[in-house]
Design a protein around this ligand. Structure first.
Ligand code: ADP
Ligand code: MG
Length: 338
């Protein structure tokens, strides 16, 4: 737990979270006949210093949710409704220039493929140095020292020598560390990590998870960790949101979701966790496919693939169930959650 959270205490969170997404919709297509909603009414919050997971199968809208927060949505996609409050400021109302200043300085993002974010022609140390200098009026010596500190923090051995390397000279895991150093160079309050370990092998994945955990503990940076692997999420996250077909279907403390999931989708996802002992055969997947954008059934979007579906699940929108007693924040959108 970070110092920030420790000082406030887990039972008395600050009244306004660091990031608060309320009723976010992200839509492709402008005309009614070709409108497709990719993110549907998403609520999400991240407190200072927290590590929050966002999980779901490919295509569930995780990246678009993150890109909406960064205001880096792809062409054709728009945040059509909702509010994104960050540190007391409504990001959707910010002018482009004001947002550009926040991006990098206050919120930073790392992606699955670091090569697209790293410049192949500039040594990595120099890239980090330049990044620090754009946001911070720091002297040359202090800047170089900060670069080496950052490389050290993300677990790059011999930072003094490694700073001169080019991106292509590094392994995938090392590149991911460099990209992380670049992202946290200006001490953002929030780091969004979108499937940062998906392209890496299992051992390197574990190392990157350790690195993210260290960043959170040593710098108190909040992390929104996006993954399709619930097992990875459980390693470092405090709470997790589970997304299906553009909507949050369940959220709560990681232990709760693991031990007592209320949504059949979460339960079925948990069974898809890849095991190290592959002797039991290929990894199981949830049968069937998520609905295509713009073709949601009238009831629960998961009903056609749900092992526990009842007749009403296909016809009627499921209610939101919330854990009544404690303030754990456990919720699920399912007819059978109660
Ligand atoms: N640039 C794009 N153009 C059209 N559709 C897109 C684009 N990006 C994402 N989508 C669609 O939006 C949905 C959600 O995508 P995304 O947020 O990338 O999912 P995830 O990150 O959970 O895998 C998917 O159905 C995807 O096909
Ligand atoms: Mg994605």
């Amino acid at each position: 737990m970070s110092d920030v959270v420790a000082a406030v205490g887990p039972i008395a969170p600050r009244p306004e979270p660091l990031l608060r997404v309320d009723g976010l919709w992200v839509t492709f297509g402008a005309r009614p006949e070709n409108k497709r909603d990719a993110v549907r009414n998403v609520d999400l919050r991240v407190e200072s210093g927290e590590v929050i997971g966002l999980v779901g199968e490919s295509g569930s809208g995780k990246s678009l949710t993150a890109l909406a927060v960064m205001q880096l949505l792809p062409p054709g996609a728009r945040a059509t409704s909702g509010r994104i409050m960050f540190d007391g400021i409504d990001l959707l109302a910010l002018k482009r220039r004001a947002m550009n200043e926040r991006r990098g300085r206050d919120i930073a993002m790392i992606f699955q493929d670091p090569l697209t974010a790293l410049n192949p022609t500039i040594p990595i140390g120099r890239q980090i140095y330049d990044c620090i200098r754009t946001h911070d009026d720091i002297g040359r010596q202090a800047g170089i020292a900060r670069v080496e500190e950052l490389l050290e923090l993300v677990g790059i051995p011999h930072p003094h020598e490694r700073a001169r390397a080019y991106a292509h000279e590094l392994s995938g895991g090392m590149r991911q560390r460099v990209m992380t150093a670049l992202a946290i160079a200006c001490r953002p309050k929030l780091l969004i990590a979108d499937e940062p370990t998906t392209a890496l092998d299992v051992t390197v994945q574990a190392q990157i998870m350790k690195m993210l955990d260290r960043i959170r503990r040593e710098l108190g940076i909040a992390v929104l960790f996006i993954s399709h692997n619930l097992d990875l999420v459980s390693e470092i996250c405090d709470r997790t949101y589970v997304m299906y077909a553009g909507s949050i279907v369940e959220s709560g403390a990681v232990e709760t979701l693991f031990d007592a999931p209320r949504h059949p989708y979460t339960r079925q996802l948990l069974r898809c966790i890849p095991r190290l002992d592959w002797t039991v055969g290929p990894m199981s997947t949830i049968p069937g496919l998520p609905p295509r954008l713009g073709t949601l059934p009238p009831g629960c979007p998961f009903a056609p693939r749900c092992e526990a579906a009842e007749p009403r699940c296909s016809d009627e929108k499921p209610p939101i169930w919330r854990e009544p007693a404690s303030g754990s924040g456990h919720m699920a959108v399912c007819w059978r959650a109660a």
